[in-house]
Design a protein around this ligand. Structure first.
Ligand SMILES: [Zn+2]
Ligand SMILES: [Zn+2]
Length: 187
């Protein structure tokens, strides 16, 4: 279907296809081009409007996608991705050998547990949390798992819950102001 293309200067219009060739004569207002000494290109208001609507839709879709991605990491009102960023930043401050890239975080929501369990894979640079109801414990386990990544960077051969690990964990807890829930025994 042909569409109206208008000269932005004098308004004279031409009916052209939606995608006229770049060098199609009618794409340009020759009278205004001659007057200005440079080519004056016609614009198609219908297409401009469609483009704007499309851009707005894409923007809205991107916003929804971001909101959804964020919601995936929100557990009991706490944004665990934001917490991971905060904890990991502190960890990098304490252990500069840590990779700069944020570890991959996957979470699962337990319907029954109060406490949280977690796992860290140093080589894969990944943390998984199975989140319980207690937010304090979720944050503690997050710090605990990041401490495992710290130890992997610091001393690969250290026992996984040995003294060096406990010291690294304590350091990271202090730095991030996260506390270990009183009911959780020290492993
Ligand atoms: Zn014109
Ligand atoms: Zn552990």
């Amino acid at each position: 279907m042909k569409k109206r293309w208008n000269c932005p200067e004098c308004g004279s219009g031409k009916l052209l296809s939606s995608r006229p060739r770049k060098n199609a004569t009618d794409r340009f207002c020759l009278a205004c081009s001659k007057k200005n000494g440079v080519l004056v290109e016609r614009v198609c208001p219908t297409l401009e409007k469609q483009r704007t609507v499309k851009a707005e839709k894409a923007k809205e879709a991107a916003r929804k996608k971001r909101a959804k991605a964020k919601a995936e990491y929100v557990v009991h009102g706490v944004d665990l991705m934001a917490e991971l960023k905060r904890v990991y930043k502190a960890a990098r401050f304490l252990e500069p050998e840590l990779r700069s890239r944020l570890p991959q975080l996957t979470i699962h929501r337990s319907k029954t547990n109060k406490g949280t369990s977690g796992r860290a894979w140093g080589f894969r640079h990944r943390i998984h949390l199975t989140c319980g109801r207690d937010v304090e414990d979720i944050l503690y386990v997050l710090v605990h798992e990041v401490a495992h990544l710290v130890m992997r960077a610091r001393d690969y051969s250290a026992p996984s819950h040995g003294d060096a690990f406990k010291a690294a964990e304590a350091e990271l807890l202090a730095e991030t102001k996260v506390t270990r829930p009183s009911y959780r025994r020290i492993r």
